[in-house]
Design a protein around this ligand. Structure first.
Ligand code: ADP
Length: 426
């Protein structure tokens, strides 16, 4: 069956965020890891989110990956493709939001792309083209100090114009408030005048519903999960997707097998979750000093796991307090220590899967990315939510057979997150 909505996400966690939003809005959704194989067999779904890592790479590389993803989605019948960006418009004057949007419009046969990063649920609103983050203009928000993409201009019409080949216009809030016919008329007028993109204002979810209904009639849009929400509601409201829970029965079928948790996050929430879990399941704390010093800490961890795993779920954690982390970082460097520990946690996760683990919880955004890449999982079907922003994921096309995963960004989830996750993963 052809998919109704395609999306190309510029990073993995952004892809999950969107896939989760679409599922909660009633769309059966798959998230792929990278550009899928042409032959990947999909269950019946409404939406596919192709997760890429192109936010901070050279613009030409971002364009070529996004173009390949577009071709895959187009071949699968996606009528509309949303280029999913960060709701803080994370980018530089060189890109990559402008160049990728231009390239996708060209591939879709020209025209104009509506662009909005608004996502009111997370405090991102756009007014007269200016992006506000929790009420602060973008250039006065903490994003002004972003380590990779510092944002010094809140006026997205200007920001987008600096990155784009064409000219960028504005669809202001008064037009959005007047409804979809008014927005369509404004978009058509801008297109007739030669504009190639239009920043759209949005303050409330109802604005995104209006914009979603408009862009559903077009081929390409650019936005954050807020525009995804608008598109999903438009698909449901127009009757193209029946009003239902977005999870499929596939996502809740048990997979059996052993269960394990691997933690690489050092965020406060994860440290607390580990403390709570330690009362009810075996926990191995890795010694990062030993890992970095090259001793055989990974084999030691695996033999410990071998002794405990058949008795029930266990946890292997690299996580440590901020003081311990900064000691290690000052000795070995931030990147080198992070990378070495990600390699260790993903190796341990992969070995546990080799030994029969089929239900796997990973704590940490980077850690999750490293594990998913290492396991070479092609795609996930999005299941029910364990905690806000963390759904149960069921693998699609996995060589080891079906697995259930929960990929938790460090600060997500309540104190009993690990037990809550395992209780939903059978
Ligand atoms: P979060 O989602 O909490 O930011 P991430 O997995 O994205 O978690 O990032 C945590 C980073 O810290 C990873 O690169 C991980 O390898 C690294 N790390 C884990 N344990 C330690 C430790 N004990 N010392 C230093 N770095 C660590």
């Amino acid at each position: 069956m052809a998919i109704l909505l395609g999306s190309i996400a510029d990073d993995y966690t952004g892809a999950s965020d969107l896939a989760n939003t679409l599922t909660k809005s009633g769309l059966r959704t798959i998230q792929t890891v990278g550009i899928p194989d042409a032959a990947l067999a999909l269950p019946d779904v409404d939406a596919v989110v192709v997760a890429l890592k192109i936010r901070s790479v050279a613009a030409a590389d971002a364009v070529s990956s996004a173009s390949a993803a577009y071709q895959w989605l187009h071949r699968r019948g996606a009528k509309h493709v949303l280029y999913k960006i960060c709701s803080t418009f994370d980018s530089t004057d060189d890109g990559n939001i402008g160049p990728v949007t231009d390239a996708l419009c060209d591939m879709a046969g020209g025209g104009i792309a509506l662009v909005t990063p608004a996502f009111p649920e997370t405090g991102r609103t756009v007014y007269f083209g200016h992006l506000f983050v929790n009420g602060q203009p973008l250039n006065e928000s903490p994003l002004k100090d972003h380590p990779l993409n510092p944002m010094h201009d809140a006026n997205l019409v200007r920001v987008m114009a600096r990155q784009s080949r064409g000219t960028v216009g504005l669809i202001d809030l008064a037009t959005v408030a007047a409804g979809s016919a008014a927005v369509t008329a404004r978009l058509d007028a801008l297109r007739a005048q030669g504009f190639t993109a239009a920043i759209a204002d949005a303050i409330f979810e109802r604005d995104l519903e209006t914009l979603g209904a408009v862009v559903l009639q077009t081929r390409i849009s650019t936005g954050a999960s807020g525009l995804g929400l608008g598109l999903a509601r438009a698909l449901v409201n127009s009757g193209q997707v029946p009003l239902q829970a977005g999870t499929t029965t596939d996502t809740v079928c048990p997979v059996g097998g052993l269960a394990a948790i691997v933690a690489g996050s050092c965020s406060r929430a994860t440290l607390e979750q580990l403390e709570v879990a330690e009362r009810s399941m075996p926990v191995l704390r890795l010694d990062p000093e030993k890992l970095l010093a090259g001793s055989d800490e990974i084999s030691a961890a695996l033999s410990w796991a071998g002794e405990h795993i058949s008795a029930g779920p266990l946890i292997v954690a690299a996580s440590a307090s901020p003081e311990t982390v900064s000691r290690l970082q000052s000795r070995y460097g931030r990147e080198a220590s992070g990378h070495a520990i990600e390699t260790a946690t993903s190796t341990i996760a992969a070995e546990l899967v080799e030994r029969g683990v089929r239900r796997l919880v990973i704590a940490g955004g980077e850690t999750s990315g490293a594990v998913v890449d290492r396991l070479a999982i092609p795609a996930f079907l999005i299941g029910p939510e364990i905690a806000p922003g963390v759904p149960v994921l069921r693998t699609v096309g996995n060589v080891q057979g079906d697995m259930l995963l929960a990929l938790k960004s460090g600060n997500f989830g309540g104190k009993d997150f690990f037990a809550a996750a395992l209780a939903m993963m059978h």
